[in-house]
Design a protein around this ligand. Sequence first.
Ligand SMILES: [Zn+2]
Length: 80
Amino acid sequence: MQPADPATQGDLSVFEKTCLYCGARFRVLATHVADDSHRESYDCPECGKTYEVEAASEPQVQLLQPRSDGKTDRYQETMF
Ligand SMILES: [Zn+2]
């Protein structure tokens, strides 16, 4: 158990995600504040694919494992 950081407001939620596009694994740190949470976007550090999470400010992303698809292209958002 880690003591709460008095400098941090709200709850820090940490989760790991595997990118659906390139297979990279990364950790996402998102701060939750009870009355100030909304959709924030963050990008896969390897291919740039955008994801969203409920958070009070822009989430931080830490790469854990490089992409596993063997490519170097960037994810292309397709707008319709
Ligand atoms: Zn990716």
